[in-house]
Write a protein that binds this ligand. Structure first.
Ligand SMILES: C[S@@+](CC[C@H](N)C(=O)[O-])C[C@H]1O[C@@H](n2cnc3c(N)ncnc32)[C@H](O)[C@@H]1O
Length: 255
């Protein structure tokens, strides 16, 4: 089976279009919430992990960061990032095997990429080392309250279910989804792009985060911004009720 990351490189052209265009889950839900959490970046150094074609890196520079580095595992996406933003250094780097100098960044920004990494421990330990004292990490990932659900997809329908149904006088039980099973899930996005990601229950996220020495200082469950309603009313109604992403703000704790 393809690795989660390989699927991004194999379909890099399609992904580049998604990353550079209007993509409601990003542009009208996750990104506004992430940007609202950004600290003052004047004179700061920022690492963007899983940066895709580099838009978020350019935004960090616009906000006054002194140094920005983008990292991604897909050679094709990194190639495009270098073309679009020649002033920014981009490196091919696997989030699961980071090689970073100690105390070299003030902020790690990681948007929608941690769910491609099975075990966060090693990654978070490397990032803890790479952050300066009181450095922060801003990460968004799949909300486990949705992504642990059961997916039924046909060419013209999609059902995601998370829960259970007793029927026939309580003699028949159907269970939809498996929250407690931290495992790779497979799906097909955007009309045919295969994707594999790791579902992780909340307790595992929190345990791996604190084992690496981080303190969680804020948790956000973003909902669509009002402008999304004008573009796609179904998207707006759905994700004002069902959580799509989870955003965590982590602080390097030194004790
Ligand atoms: C959903 S995209 C998000 C891209 C960008 N952060 C954005 O919000 O537009 C996920 C990105 O993570 C990258 N990625 C997936 N697994 C990775 C890994 N193990 N190491 C580095 N990057 C990875 C993919 O290549 C892709 O660019």
């Amino acid at each position: 089976m393809q690795s989660p990351t390989q699927a991004y490189d194999d379909h890099a052209q399609s992904w580049a279009k998604v990353m550079e265009g209007i993509n409601l889950a990003s542009t009208h839900l996750e990104l506004p919430a992430m940007e609202a959490l950004l600290p003052d970046l004047q004179g700061r150094s920022v690492l963007c992990l899983g940066c895709g074609t580099g838009n978020e890196c350019a935004e960090m520079l616009r906000r006054g960061a002194r140094k920005v580095m983008g990292a991604d595992m897909s050679p094709r996406l990194i190639h495009r990032a270098r073309m679009l933003h020649p002033q920014i250094p981009f490196v091919l780097m696997d989030i699961a095997k980071l090689g970073l100098a100690a105390e070299s960044f003030d902020l790690v920004y990681c948007s929608k990429a941690m769910h491609y990494v099975q075990d966060w421990t090693q990654t978070l330990q490397a990032l803890h080392r790479a952050l300066r004292p009181e450095g922060k990490m801003l990460l968004s990932t799949h909300h486990p309250g949705l992504w642990g659900g059961q997916i039924n997809r046909t060419p013209d329908s999609l059902t995601k279910l998370f829960g259970y149904r007793y029927s026939d006088g309580f003699s028949n039980l159907e269970i939809f989804g498996d929250y407690f099973d931290n495992s790779m899930r497979t799906d097909m996005w955007r009309g045919g792009i295969p994707v594999h990601y790791y579902h992780k229950k909340l307790s595992s996220m929190f345990n791996e985060i604190s084992a690496a020495g981080f303190r969680i200082i804020e948790i956000i469950e973003p909902q669509p911004i009002p402008a999304a309603k004008l573009l796609n009313e179904n998207f707006y109604s759905l994700f004002t009720k069902i959580p799509l992403f989870l955003i965590l703000v982590l602080e390097k704790s030194t004790h």
